[in-house]
Write a protein that binds this ligand. Sequence first.
Ligand code: AMP
Ligand code: GLY
Length: 421
Amino acid sequence: MKVGIIGSGGREHAICHTLNNTKKITQIYCFPGNAGTAKIAENVPINLENFNDLKDFIILKKIDLIIVGPEKPLVDGIVDFLEAYNIKVFGPNKLASQLEGSKIFTKNICKKYNIPTAKFGIFEDIDDATKFIIKTKYPLVVKADGLASGKGVYICENHEEAKLAIKEIFEGKFGKSKNLLIEEFLNGEEMSYFIISDGKTVKKFDTAQDHKRVLENDKGKNTGGMGAYSPSRLINDELDKKIITKIIEPTIKGLKEIGTNYKGFLYVGLMIVDNEPYLIEYNVRMGDPECQTILPKLKSNLVDIFLSCCNEKLDEIEIEWHDKKSLCVVLCSKGYPDEFKKNVLIKNLDKVNFDENEYCYHAGTTKTKDQIYSTGGRVLNFVCTSESFSDARKKVVDSIKSLDWDGGFYRKDIGYKVIDE
Ligand code: AMP
Ligand code: GLY
């Protein structure tokens, strides 16, 4: 069978690599992919804003299954569009994708079903929001409503910072904003919890902990993710049960009541406070770099899982995992998440010796005349599975050192809470 993957990051390379191990799959297309996917798939440089071109290509090449990696096409309704042409596609529809597309949509579901989350207010007017922040406690969180590539969240330490955040959001820094959210700051530890669903059955898809801040010890600016480890150190049976009954089940019920269901991966971003889960956000996709971290532990066949979701038969399959620890470190372009140089040559990648349990997933890379160049902020993901997190991290760091790329930097302390404390 032929499979198409939409996206160009480490998450999509990891999905592509995992699917490539299946005999059933004869051809993979990546829209548009990166230098890593180019080794195993055909990269198709297509404008993802134009679903018609994509649909024509899928029909022309007789692609049997499409997997959507990033949130933007999902929120823009790619699943509804392709399904109207009888194309099999793995991912949530446009309405269900509002769980990520609108933070206010999700907060309203939380309110209606009593889902534990930070206390919040929705403000439609700059004056009302500015008045509200005079009498509140700090830190305080101010959030833009729509998609903002992870940038529309301000953790404000004082009134001045909150005032600036409100001004920037209403002035359109993250696109036109009719409203914003002001939220209580939750003090705990974050965890990424994943489920997969076919619209009827929900199954767990492992846990991870992501390091979002750019500097060691979780300091500095927020990024897309500098590294992750799986499983999360926080997960236990009691917490697992609470997440399912207090957060996931009522959310699925809420979607049902507005006439839809959830098909695809759902990323449940949680703050754990004293073994109690609070929902911070939903993402309607796998996490990046959590996907790269989790997939090497998957024992079951990934394409069978995707197909069972598209055919509403997830209840018929078992999702099995290797009992291993996995750790991922992201090698980034110097300067990220601010300005960074593009098209910097990456030499030596083919000279790095990777063990059997090591993986190198590309993100912002491109291949020109047999040479690999960086094109994005996050460039390469080094992953290792092992009996211990510390061994996995040591191997990953050794591989990054042997690459010796002077255009990049990385955090050497990924997993420090589970390794060093
Ligand atoms: P979000 O895009 O909503 O996931 O927010 C980005 C990051 O901001 C999260 O990963 C958290 O680190 C932080 N954050 C968001 N909301 C809160 C909150 N209510 N309390 C504490 N930290 C938060
Ligand atoms: N690692 C965070 C995200 O995928 O949004």
